[in-house]
Design a binder for this molecule. Structure first.
Ligand code: SF4
Length: 212
């Protein structure tokens, strides 16, 4: 089924969502991918994304797109061919602790899940890339990240079946990435993602220069 028109309508409706009653200046951040076959799901936009209007526009995004480059996909291609969603789409504001951003409340996660469910139904992605624990536990069991990252998982979601290949959050707030064999698990995950994306006709495969 063609996804372009329903996805465009969906994105227009999402951009107008004010369900959570955030400050008027806080608006949903929407992916620019038009007819994607893969989805990447993050946690929530940060301050930079909120100001710039596109997902993963800040420092975490720079790291994420460097990772995807290693999987054979440059940022421009990734933004065009992979639908970038999140558990919640509005900047939740700073954390009360003063360290990083506030984690979206369970009520916000529940409210925003209607948008993610709708995207899963429209796009029916064959590849899902959940990024960070909040997104990972939306699709996979709540296990230590060592048992989840670096592997491909068959999952069932509201839009059908997909291969889920999780990534740790690239924000730098977590030290997980630097511990023990975790760098090797990350590389393995990027290799798996590169292979899956290449099969979908996105990018050039892991370890090669990316082409649109
Ligand atoms: S977080 Fe999601 S549900 Fe809440 S206002 Fe933003 S788009 Fe709507």
């Amino acid at each position: 089924m063609a996804t372009k028109a329903p996805l465009a309508s969906h994105c227009l409706a999402l951009a107008d969502c004010r369900m959570c009653g955030h400050d008027n200046a806080v608006v949903p951040i929407v992916s620019g991918a038009a007819s994607p076959k893969a989805m990447l799901v993050g946690q929530a936009p940060g301050r930079v994304e909120a100001a710039g209007g596109q997902p993963f526009a800040g420092r975490a995004g720079k790291t994420l797109f460097r990772w995807l480059e290693r999987a054979g996909v440059d940022e421009k291609t990734a933004r065009r061919r992979i639908y970038i969603a999140a558990i919640t789409r509005c900047y939740p504001g700073p954390s009360p602790s003063g360290r990083g951003d506030r984690v979206p409340s369970p009520a916000e996660q529940e409210a925003c899940s209607v948008w993610l469910d709708a995207e899963l139904r429209i796009i029916r992605p064959r590849l899902l890339i959940p990024v960070g624990r909040l997104a990972i536990t939306r699709f996979l069991p709540n296990l230590p990240l060592d048992q989840l990252i670096g592997r491909a998982h068959d999952v069932t979601h509201v839009g059908g079946r997909a291969t889920a290949i999780p990534l740790p959050h690239p924000s730098g707030a977590s030290s997980w990435i630097h511990q023990g064999n975790h760098p090797a698990l990350l590389e393995r995950a990027l290799e798996l993602i590169g292979r899956e994306l290449a099969e979908l006709g996105i990018g050039s495969g892991p370890g090669k220069r990316s082409v649109a």
